[in-house]
Design a protein around this ligand. Sequence first.
Ligand SMILES: NC(=O)c1ccc[n+]([C@@H]2O[C@H](COP(=O)([O-])OP(=O)(O)OC[C@H]3O[C@@H](n4cnc5c(N)ncnc54)[C@H](OP(=O)(O)O)[C@@H]3O)[C@@H](O)[C@H]2O)c1
Length: 337
Amino acid sequence: MKAEKFTLVRHFDGYPKTTDFKLESEELPPLKDGEVLCEAEFLSVDPYMRPYTMSMTPPFTMIGGQVAKVVESRNAKYPAGSYVIGQLGWRSRIVVLPATPGPDKSSAAGLELLPDMGGLPHSYALGVCGMPGVSAYFGFLELCQPKEGETVVVTGAAGAVGSLVGQIAKIKGCRVIGFAGTDDKCAWLRELGYDVAINYKTCPDIDAALKEAAPKGVDCYFDNVGGMLSHRVRQQMNLFGRVSCCGAISSYNAKTGEGATVPVPEPAIVFKQLKIEGFIVRRWWHRKDEAISQMAAWVREGKIKVQEHVTEGFHKMPQAFIGMLKGDNTGKAIVKA
Ligand SMILES: NC(=O)c1ccc[n+]([C@@H]2O[C@H](COP(=O)([O-])OP(=O)(O)OC[C@H]3O[C@@H](n4cnc5c(N)ncnc54)[C@H](OP(=O)(O)O)[C@@H]3O)[C@@H](O)[C@H]2O)c1
């Protein structure tokens, strides 16, 4: 059985380029006892792939999660015809021996049957009912501890995680302000229920726009981007404000030697007595079912709306990844194999 995979042949420098990847074919071995043959149905392209690969040594198969169909099986738990999710990399097909969850039940890197999403599309397991959804749910609710009537700011607001955080904040009765990179994204955020959406690329005065949008100041900030925009938001936080640091995409695509230039220490952190905490979603992986079933229920009830930015064709993985990093996507960026 033939399979295809994308190998990363050199480290990214600045924005990834299609020439950083090489499409290769391989012959898969016959199945041994316990193994399954998986065929990709949907693959995820995520921002973390840009910084994480910098600590790996090329050449290696690109990392990433996918929803796959089990097309052949010698494992009763994963029969042929079942659907699974796992960190299987940028591969069209793969033979795997499903990993047993470790003692901390953190089997995020292993293979699992698709969660019960109550009839929602399989691809949602890579978004609202997957890693981004769990990040939005726990990263926001646990670290920001939002209360009804509070003001919440979300950056990267029209992306996979951000679009969910804003909607969760509305469910919790908050005033929600989002920053995104195009007018169309901002219009979509208003459709989702965001009270104010600001285009951070064209807004002539971010400070004034935020002051107008958040006249009572900012209580919670869900930070997807870092950098100067986050610096500006933190200036308008209220006493005992909470910041959940989810990502720092504004610096992921820096060229080697280029660093972020944000002023620190910031008096706002001290005088407003802010609580600023970073997280990696793996922290709550043992509780992921709680987040997934709640997110799925909110989607089915119409309280959370989902949009996907779908690129057709496994061969377009690099283009989909690069496009997502440049902001092509509204909602979750995925590839349909
Ligand atoms: N801590 C965790 O466990 C965890 C888990 C999941 C995700 N994350 C992080 O959460 C963030 C969002 O991830 P996601 O999967 O939801 O991706 P996403 O928001 O769907 O896609 C990335 C978006 O980032 C925005 N962007 C690109 N360059 C930017 C810049 N210089 N400044 C501001 N925005 C920029 C673009 O939107 P615009 O058009 O609006 O610029 C782009 O659409 C990332 O930083 C990611 O690393 C962390």
